[in-house]
Design a protein around this ligand. Structure first.
Ligand code: DC
Length: 234
């Protein structure tokens, strides 16, 4: 157990509650919050802005390697996004556009993009005390994390949450379109060849469909405390 890093990973499908939970936990545990999805979104934005086809791996990897992505989660609370800087420009809201949302699953299939971002993500966690959130953070990025969570929720609940999120942003929503978007992302994210969304080895599955946010946070904190107690006694 002693080689386990003080890192918590949270993976799961869109709408399972990962970001909200990860941000609260990071604040309460004083951990660094690493939103890996935001990094895939930033590379996708880079491709769109440069007019590159989202499947053109070589060009996208070339652009990514010449770029600097910075995450600043210091002010992130559960109602705001991690602040993202791409080549010194704040793109926090740009990476949340529908256009980026539609292309991000395609760009994140590219192995070269994944390799590049996984390296950055690992360097961000080298000091421990981090919470990573994404699709492969427990299976690929930090398989040695002290606690690996797989969050999930029913499709119905995930549609409801996405609707609320859009409403909060003052955007119109259509149930059928949201359902299609979520199912499409689930399919691409879990069937891609490189680092598909899976339950990581020794991962703890938490179905959040009928749980309040607070309950999920407490459950993860208890699991984390049990593991660190065990580690300190070992
Ligand atoms: O968590 P999100 O919705 O912001 O993630 C956007 C996309 O990025 C998601 O559909 C798949 C991809 N992604 C990934 O492939 N691996 C990660 N670790 C995180 C996100």
């Amino acid at each position: 157990m002693s080689d386990k890093k003080n890192i918590i990973t949270i993976d799961g499908p869109a709408g399972s509650g990962k970001s909200t939970i990860a941000k609260i936990l990071a604040r309460e545990l004083r951990f660094n919050y690493i939103d890996t999805g935001a990094m895939y979104r930033a590379i996708t934005l880079l491709a769109i802005r440069n007019g590159v086809d989202p499947e053109d791996e070589e060009t996208i990897v070339g652009l990514a390697k010449k770029s600097v992505i910075k995450l600043d989660s210091s002010s992130a609370d559960e109602n705001s996004y991690t602040s993202i800087n791409l080549n010194n420009e704040n793109v926090t809201m740009d990476i949340r556009s529908a256009e980026v949302g539609a292309a991000v699953s395609i760009v994140s299939k590219l192995s070269g993009v994944r390799k590049h971002l996984v390296e950055i993500q690992r360097s961000l966690t080298s000091n421990g005390n981090a919470i990573l959130e994404g699709r492969d953070t427990g299976s690929v990025v930090c398989p040695n994390a002290i606690l690996k969570i797989y969050l999930t929720a029913s499709l119905k609940e995930r549609i409801k949450r996405r609707k609320l999120q859009l409403k909060g942003k003052g955007q119109a929503s259509d149930d059928a379109a949201i359902k299609r978007e979520i199912q499409n992302r689930d399919r691409i994210d879990s069937t891609r060849k490189d680092s598909p969304l899976i339950i990581p080895e020794n991962g703890v599955i938490i179905d959040t469909s009928k749980m309040a946010i607070k309950e999920v946070v407490e459950k993860i904190k208890n699991l984390y405390n049990e593991r660190t107690d065990f580690k300190n006694k070992a």
